[in-house]
Structure formats: C-alpha cells, structure tokens
Design a protein around this ligand. Structure first.
Ligand SMILES: NC(=O)c1ccc[n+]([C@@H]2O[C@H](COP(=O)([O-])OP(=O)(O)OC[C@H]3O[C@@H](n4cnc5c(N)ncnc54)[C@H](O)[C@@H]3O)[C@@H](O)[C@H]2O)c1
Length: 355
C-alpha cells in the first residue's frame, strides 16, 4: 500500500479519467481492491461521474469536469494512481501528465495512437519506476494463459503459421469511435488491438512486416475509419500468417485463432483449446497458475502493495502493438508490404526501443 510517512498505512488514492462504458467498470473493480480507493474522477459528461458514484457506493468521489478537468484533478488530488479510460486519441496526454506527477497508470487499450507516443509512455513509466499496465484482459483468461504456456513449452514444436480472426458488429458503435482523428485507426486500433496483442504475447515473437488491405465500408456506406482488414504478417523466427479484423459483421462478436507448428496445431475458439497432434484431435484442460491475477485491475492493485511481482501486461507490449497497428494501417493505405522497422524509423526508433 502507499505509505503516508507515519506508521499507519493509507489506501492508494486513485483518480479516474473517463469513467464511461468500461471506465466505470474498471473504477468499480479498483475501488473494490483492499488497497485502493477511487477519490476523484474527471469527464466531459457530469452524468458519467454521478453514475460512477452510484456504482462505487461513494458519494464523495470528487468531480472534475471538462476536457482540462484531468489537469486539475492530477494537480490537486495527491493521487498515487490514475485510470486512463477515455477515447483513444486522449490516452497519451492523459497518461503522460499522470506519469509526470509520479502516478501509476492502468490504461485501456490501445495504449496510444502510434508507436512514438506509446514508446514515450513506456519509457517515462520505466524512468519514473511506475507501473504502467494495459487493460488487455485476455492475459488473464484461461484460454490464452494456457495456450501461451503450452506454446512456450513447445507443445506444437516450432511455430510456422497462424490464422487470427476477429469480427464484431460495429453498427452498434457510435460517437468518437467513428471519427478517425479520435479513434486513430478504426476497428484495427480498437478491438483489433486485442488480437495483435495476443499474437505478440502468446508467441513471444516480434512482428517484422505486413502486407494487406483495409477498407472503410459498413452496411454499404463509406465511413471515416478503417473497419475491415486482412493482412499477411511476418513474425520473427519464420512464423507467418493472417490477421483478419472485421467491423462490418452482422452478428455480435466472434474470433478464431489457429497456430500451426511443425509438430501439431493449436486452435483457440469458443473459449476452448483444441490440439491436433499425432493424428488425434482433443480438447485440452485450461490451467491457470494459482497465483495468476484474476484481471488487469487486480494485477494493477496487487503490484502496488506487493501481492504480485509480475506486471502481466506491461507498457512495452502496448508499444509493440502500436508498431504493428501502424504497419497494418500503412500497408492498407499504400497496398504495399510495409516493414515494421521503417515504421519505427519514421519516429527515429529501432527495435531496441521496444525490446
Ligand atoms: N478492454 C476492452 O475489452 C475494452 C472494451 C471497450 C472499450 N475499451 C476501451 O476503453 C476506452 C473507452 O471506451 P468506452 O467504450 O468506455 O468509451 P465511452 O465513450 O463509453 O467512454 C469514454 C469516456 O470518456 C469521456 N471523455 C471524453 N472526452 C474526455 C475528456 N477530454 N476528458 C475526460 N473524459 C472524457 C466520455 O464522456 C466517456 O465517459 C477506449 O480506449 C476503448 O478502446 C476496452
């Protein structure tokens, strides 16, 4: 727990930026952690803060309103932690100021729009020795935790090929998400960010280049944002495959991840892991280590009072994902094969900055 200088132990004072659709849920979970207390929140919509107070059962959450409310909140509230849950284009400014004020950060995905901003946040957190944890909840879901462990143990041998597909009905989505300068890359940068992340996280491999197409059509209309994409992606160590991200989809949310090695194939679908190996197909039991955090909020809070040592979604992953997202978007725009190293070089970066 944060120490106040005397013998008593105080709770970590948490400020929330953007307690909207998911922000209020994350804030409620943080507030339920034994060592955290949500003391303040800022939003451009006062109703969101009223709703947050109700959800947390805390009338005394202090409200800061307007687009600059976060500056006042960070300046006045003596916070030790900040939850960054606003629209994508604002993540960088919100998290940067909070880090400059020595706060630990729990941040929604994507960590930042563009690799340069993501690397800046990651490096600042490291310099300040603060926790920077991204809310990629798949790092806590049994199917992905188990698959990652099995892959690292070599259950399917050397990784050769993959197929990673997600589709979500984006017609129910409105507001800032449909405005490219705020969303920063449509569905590829939104739910698609999760699937770029799990490929990087589960395989432990760095993306090298991508070649593919994007389009902005949904329901027969042209939109401002990239909604659909299909790319061939090359990773290190000879792994190649396809990442398909769809927003123009008619029925809820589906995904399908298949990874093929030289000794077998692992298929993650419908919350199950299916192994095809030695002529047999079988579903594998899920196995999450006993001491694995239950979700990103629990991991974040536990890192602050020593219950956990490992940040399961460190900011460096956000930088790697932002690099891949930019590469996919650039390839979609130019219809050419785009090298990740060239995307890094545009901002004066190299792979060394994200290893
Ligand atoms: N991990 C997941 O599965 C998941 C799911 C949904 C959303 N998200 C992410 O959560 C974030 C928020 O998405 P959402 O669906 O909750 O959106 P939302 O629009 O419901 O919430 C955003 C909140 O930010 C507020 N806001 C806007 N401008 C602001 C400003 N200048 N200062 C302070 N507050 C401001 C809005 O009023 C709103 O309350 C995004 O990064 C999104 O990608 C993650």
């Amino acid at each position: 727990m944060a120490k106040c200088g005397c013998r008593c132990r105080q709770k970590v004072r948490v400020g929330i930026i953007g307690p909207g659709g998911v922000g209020a849920d994350r804030a409620q979970k943080l507030n339920a952690e034994p060592n955290c207390e949500v003391v303040a929140a800022c939003d451009v919509d006062e109703k969101r803060i009223e709703d947050l107070r109700k959800r947390c059962g805390k009338k005394d959450i202090k409200a800061y309103l307007g687009p600059n409310g976060y500056k006042e909140m960070i300046k006045r509230e003596d916070l030790q932690a900040v939850g960054v849950f606003g629209p994508h284009s604002l993540h960088h400014a919100h998290a940067k100021l909070a880090l400059e004020h020595d706060c630990h950060i729990l941040i929604e995905k994507p960590m930042a729009n563009g690799v340069a901003k993501a690397v800046e946040l990651y490096k600042l957190a490291r310099k300040k020795k603060r926790v920077l944890l991204i809310h990629y909840q798949r790092h806590f879901e049994p199917v992905y935790v188990t698959a990652r462990r099995l892959l690292s143990k070599g259950i399917i041998g050397k990784l050769r090929h993959f197929y990673c597909y997600m589709a979500q009905d984006y017609r129910i989505v409105g507001g800032w998400r449909l405005v490219n300068k705020i969303s920063g890359g449509g569905q590829i940068n939104d739910s698609g960010s999760h699937y770029q992340d799990i490929m990087i996280w589960m395989t432990g491999l760095m993306p090298l280049r991508a070649c593919g197409a994007t389009d902005k059509y949904m329901d027969g209309k042209l939109h401002d944002i990239e909604l659909n994409s299909s790319h061939h992606v090359w990773f290190e160590k000879g792994l190649t495959g396809r990442i398909v991200i769809m927003g123009d989809y008619l029925d809820g949310f589906v995904d399908d991840v298949i990874i093929e090695g030289d000794k077998g194939t692992l298929k993650l679908t419908g919350g199950k892991i299916v192994l095809r190996k030695d002529g047999r197909v079988r579903e594998l039991p899920m196995d999450v280590p006993k001491d694995w955090p239950k979700d990103p909020c629990n991991n974040f809070a536990g890192l602050l009072d020593g219950r956990y040592k490992e940040n399961c979604v460190d900011g460096i992953l956000g930088a790697r994902v932002s690099m891949l997202t930019e590469t996919l978007l650039e390839s979609g725009r130019t219809r050419k094969t785009v090298e990740c190293k060239d995307i890094l070089a545009r901002d004066g970066l190299t792979y060394r900055d994200i290893r």
